[in-house]
Design a protein around this ligand. Structure first.
Ligand code: WT7
Length: 645
């Protein structure tokens, strides 16, 4: 399976990249043998410190503990803004491209400093102190970046909640991390449609009495409800503030942000990242993975509501003094050429997106691409899910005209930054493979018994030693951190992914081995969707699994058992879909609902999800052993009733 597609060697124009194959090998080896020396040097080279550290790293995976750059002090917003000013005050830090192709603006580093300081002072005026949590529920507008950086400037901890999440999901996240301030907008604009952010925020805040301040950016000028005690217009509160705000000197291990992500059980977890290690690894990977060069324009299409937006729209690029493009819209609006029109309009050199976007654009054919120039493009990247080699080849040949290497970056919310990825000047590319581990990332494959697999093989992907941008804790529940990541295999960080390694040492990520779905690159626990479905009074039980979906990668397949005496109907189906949207957001809409009078269970009552997965995947020939089921005939019924997708 690994060798159907040709290998693409490092192109000639990348022979002078920051890192070549030789350098990668020696740097990697050193990083594993001498992490203190390796990361200590990079920390000095990439970041400005107020006070040096006394020890590079100390960690204990059995306790889920990691401490990087102990004793060191620095400020993230200073590192992303102020220190660049002597040489880059007038360089563009952010290019904002609005949803409407007529809307865009450039924000220089000097302007960025003013915006961030004003907001930081406004937050202080509202009583926000170092260590306080601030929730950010925003569209993709520059104020979202200002908000993150303003928090970092005063030592407050931000928790960005994706603007596509429902009021219910927003409320849960605000309460879990006890945020007392919310920054939002009147409305968002995406693909020509309005997103009612303030309406959603109001609903969420009804159940959050501790939020004393809601700052509202005027994006569309919509008429929104107003709570005079709590709500402030952003421009009014920020307008009168000073453009100077001294950056708070923070411990290297001071919390920088919380970002919620889904696991296989329970409510989403608040992944906590800290200051020094996180900023270092996002900056180092930004420079080397994308081979970023002075003056280039870089565009990551992610939303700041996800880790990709944190590390590779805001922190990594700005720490490196880059020009980062932020896009408010969607790749298909107003038409399928949008991404390439934006590339041409702003002279984008590096373009980073998700496989689901590539598949959606591929399905419209070549013309929307070939009708554009794309001459500025030098490098392409993907993130979020495995990319099928067909989509890879199309991205490579049609979008990149066979001259732009593709970096397929594997990492997670919990890892903070790239972990396995090609380096464009060092790695011969195999379509569909994330290839080799980044510096300082010691990965392994384990078999069922927890033994490390040597050489080629397939197993569970784990990490053997701490890396600077690793998760530090699950906010408010360190035991959950240990249980989720450090208990399956003692002494290893468990990623939840399966992978194989070929004879050349390339890694091929196969996807989650737990009950986590990846729908269009959005991570979701099957348990979260099930909990939403069973809220309906007619529903007795629900089991949710993923199935292969041409565009989304995975679709959501829900088996629903109704309460005795209740009949399925189209209305009920609509109500169930609406419930998922209400509880989680539009990304959680089931693609298929199958009415299941019974679910396959073991004699002890455990649902056999493996069988449900096979039926959803239409892999009926490989159901495996069904003899341990309490009632094997349940399976035949489910197969007979399987809806045609
Ligand atoms: C999960 C993490 C990392 C930022 C976006 C997603 C999957 C991510 C790849 C890739 C194959 C990938 C994994 C991982 N994933 N990148 N290049 N190839 N799979 O972050 O929401 O925390 O999801 O996304 O399954 O565990 P996330």
């Amino acid at each position: 399976m690994h060798h159907e597609f040709p290998v693409h060697p490092v192109p000639a124009n990348f022979r002078d990249a920051h890192i070549n194959a030789e350098q990668y090998r020696s740097m990697y080896q050193r990083s594993i043998e001498d992490p203190d020396g390796f990361w200590g040097e990079l920390a000095g080279e990439f970041l400005s410190w107020d006070q040096p550290w006394t020890r590079v790293v100390d960690y204990d995976f059995t306790k889920g503990e990691a401490n990087w750059f102990d004793g060191g002090k620095l400020n993230v917003s200073y590192n992303c803004i102020d220190r660049h000013l002597p040489e880059r005050a007038d360089q563009t830090a952010l290019i904002w491209e609005g949803d409407d192709p007529g809307d865009s603006m450039h924000i220089t580093y000097a302007e960025l400093k003013d915006h961030v300081c004003r907001l930081a002072n406004a937050l202080k005026a509202r009583g926000v102190k170092s260590g306080d949590r601030v929730c950010i529920y925003m569209p993709m507008i520059p104020e979202a970046s200002y908000a993150m950086l303003a928090c970092a400037r005063i030592g407050a901890v931000h928790s960005v909640v994706f603007g596509g999440f429902s009021p219910e999901a927003l409320k849960d996240r605000i309460l879990d991390s006890d945020c007392q301030v919310l920054i939002t907008a009147d409305e968002g604009v995406r693909g020509g449609k309005k997103v009612p952010l303030k309406v959603n925020a109001d609903k969420a805040l009804d159940a959050c009495p501790d939020v004393h301040t809601c700052l509202v950016v005027r994006r569309t000028g919509a008429d929104v409800a107003w709570n005079g005690e709590r709500d402030y217009w952003y421009d009014e509160l920020v307008g009168g503030q000073s453009t100077d705000c001294a950056p708070e000197s923070m411990d290297a291990e001071a919390p920088l942000f919380i970002l919620y992500t889904s696991g296989s059980t329970g409510k989403p977890k608040g992944v906590l990242h800290t200051t020094g290690g996180y900023l270092l690894q996002s900056a180092v990977t930004f420079k080397y993975t994308f081979d970023y060069r002075e003056g280039e324009v870089y565009w990551c299409t992610a939303d700041v509501g996800w880790i990709t937006g944190h590390s590779y729209i805001v922190y990594g690029p700005l720490a490196c003094g880059a020009t980062s493009l932020m896009f408010e819209g969607v790749p298909t609006y107003p038409n399928y050429s949008r991404c390439w029109d934006v590339v041409d309009k702003h002279g984008v050199n590096i373009f980073y997106t998700a496989p689901t976007a590539i598949r959606a654009l591929h399905s419209e054919g070549d013309e929307p691409v070939t009708s554009t120039s794309r001459a500025s493009l030098r490098l392409l990247g993907t993130v979020g899910e495995p990319i099928n080699p067909e989509a890879w080849e199309w991205y490579y040949k049609v979008v990149g005209e066979s001259r732009c290497p593709i970096v397929d970056t594997w990492w997670q919310t919990e890892t903070g930054a790239h972990m396995i990825t090609p380096l464009p000047g060092a790695t011969d590319l195999k379509p569909g493979s994330a290839s080799f581990p980044m510096f300082g990332v010691d990965v392994a494959l384990l078999d069922e018994s927890g033994k490390e697999i040597e050489g080629p093989g397939a197993g569970y992907l784990v990490v053997k030693a701490s890396w600077p941008s690793q998760i530090r804790t699950v906010y408010g529940d360190h035991q959950r951190m240990i249980d989720t990541y450090f208990s399956n295999y003692k002494g290893y960080y468990f990623t939840g992914d399966g992978a194989s390694r070929d004879a050349d040492g390339y890694y091929w990520i196969t996807g989650r081995v737990d009950d986590v779905l990846n729908v269009s690159g959005h991570r979701m626990g099957t348990a979260e969707v099930e909990s939403a479905l069973v809220l309906h009074e007619d529903v007795a039980e629900a089991a949710v699994v993923g199935y292969p979906h041409d565009i989304k990668g995975q679709g959501i397949y829900a088996y629903v058992t109704l309460m005795h005496g209740h009949a399925p109907s189209d209305d009920l189906r609509k109500e169930l879909i609406a419930l998922c949207v209400e509880e989680i957001g539009p990304i959680a809409k089931p693609d298929i609902i199958q009415w299941a009078p019974d679910l396959p269970k073991t004699r002890s009552g455990k649902i056999m999800r493996r069988i449900l997965r096979k039926i959803a995947e239409n892999e009926l020939g490989s159901l495996g052993d069904t003899s341990t089921l309490a009632d094997p005939s349940v399976v035949d019924k489910l197969i007979a009733d399987r809806p045609q997708p």
